[in-house]
Write a protein that binds this ligand. Sequence first.
Ligand code: SRM
Ligand code: SF4
Length: 556
Amino acid sequence: MSEKNNLSAIEKIKVASDGLRGSIKQSLQDEITGAIREDDKAVIKFHGMYEQDDRDRREERAAKKLDRLYTFMIRLRLPGGFLTADKWIAAHNIAGENSTGVIKITTRQTIQLHGLVKSKIKPTIQAFNEAHLDSIATCGDINRNVTCASNPKMSPIHAEVFAYADKISELLMPKTKAYYEIWINDEKIVDKKDEEDPLYQDRYLPRKFKIGIAIPPNNDSDVFTNDIGLIAIIENNVLKGFNIAIGGGLSTTHGNPDTYARLGTVIGFTDTEFKTLKAIYEVLTVQRDYGNRSDRKLARLKYTVDKYGVEWFKEELEKRIGFKLEPAKPYTFTERQDLYGWEKSEQGRWYYTVFVENGRVLDDEKFALKTALLEVAKTGKSNFLFTATQNVIISDVEEKDKAAINKILQDFKVIEHTEKASAVRRNSIACVALPTCPLALAEGQRYLPSLISKIEPLLEKHKLADENIIVRMTGCPNGCGRPYAAEIGFVGTAPGKYNMHLGGDNQGERLNKTYKQHLDEAAILSELDGLFGIFKKERKKGESFGDFSNRKWVSA
Ligand code: SRM
Ligand code: SF4
């Protein structure tokens, strides 16, 4: 069994938290500080929040002997990234009143609000609750937001596959009512029996847990980077079941060779809903019982799988589920891109994928995206779907309403913005990083757009402007923008410095490797200029930049 002695501090906090209550109520009442108590910082994550501070203002405030400017980030639970128009309007209004106003679409198909001061958390959660939205279990050592292939154009039975995101999310919700008690109605749960939690017990999982679903041939949900990846097997428009991959996860730590990124390993196939859900549930119980609870750097499922071996894991899982997994079915991924612009589903509904640079929905002097999306929502003629590449799809538009929605998109230049963006820009992701992320070593979303503006002329110079090269940047090696699954990955090492990774493939089935370390912008651009030149001259017909880099520079 897992390390029983030497439990990490967080393990003790979870067990002592009284069903994830901790002393959050007292922390909220404490008016002397904008922060919450130390232990509550871990507990509050299970309710979908992080305490942060404005890192841009640390020095200035320290000079004035002021406390850090503490604020909170809230992340919603939106399985598969689906939101109705009414809920988008609610999120828009709540963001305007209580947070920085920017709505951040994340790499796991949900939205975050930043900059809430402590007194605004409760009203914010209550407002979300009124809109039938919650942030339960979007952070913490628990199953997180379940991702799913986003665009219904991907399959005639997309809806059937998509429904699994909700079912899995519900199945793996914690049983504690602490969220409602603390944030919504103040009612004490009298009978704690209602809260008994056979899955999470009182210790929850050793670490965060992520599940994603993909519909081949498009791997837009980056399915192999999840702890559990489900690959929908569809034959003649019938969902036959899912291949199950386990042990994906990306985070590494600079200088710690025991940490590594890993893609999930396919261990078998399940052909019914009952079997699929049972298998998922029991993967979590194996991880709960065998995952490392003393070293959080080595606590993700990927390390449990590698420590005990894939075959052992499968046997243990089969013991718990009471049936054998069938052999995995064949599947092929050929792409990972969002389908920008208008697409029509088999059911005759229209979907417009809007390019949202790094997932930041706001109005600025050039482009009023936030207002545009509000206007679309106000028509009541569409829903919203977020993609795992931080974009939004205006979804479920009927033929008769398409022209009206299109006019709004045109008037607000959303179409121009989406269609004029270069291939490299549209395929880029950056994580949040500074100023809110406490772990950032370098910039992410605030810097990548300007770097892309300098990469674009290099691609044009080498006549590669139409290449769908996937570029991803993160401000530290935790991998929130999945840089290790990119064709070109930039991983922050220090302010203005990045490791450059090369050799990932276009469809997300091969990780990249570190090519050069600690590069500044000039070095990055000079490297890329050289690499693009060689690629243009020596590539095989149809070879992608990632495949070429892997052959030429990474595996050579
Ligand atoms: Fe992440 C921690 C942002 C997707 C791996 N991530 C954080 C925190 C909460 C920093 C912290 O712990 O205090 C960041 C908050 C920044 C901020 O100010 O908002 C943060 N992660 C994000 C988001 C918002 C990035 C984005 O720009 O979209 C993504 C939110 C996803 C969501 O909606 O749930 C986000 N994080 C990811 C992904 C990608 C994915 O899941 O597809 C990864 C890599 C995949 C994986 O988990 O292996 C990822 N985040 C991490 C890790 C490393 C976990 C580990 O295994 O060690 C941390 C640090 C930690 O947990 O200790 C982290
Ligand atoms: Fe923060 Fe690092 Fe995640 Fe970027 S990758 S959001 S810097 S934890």
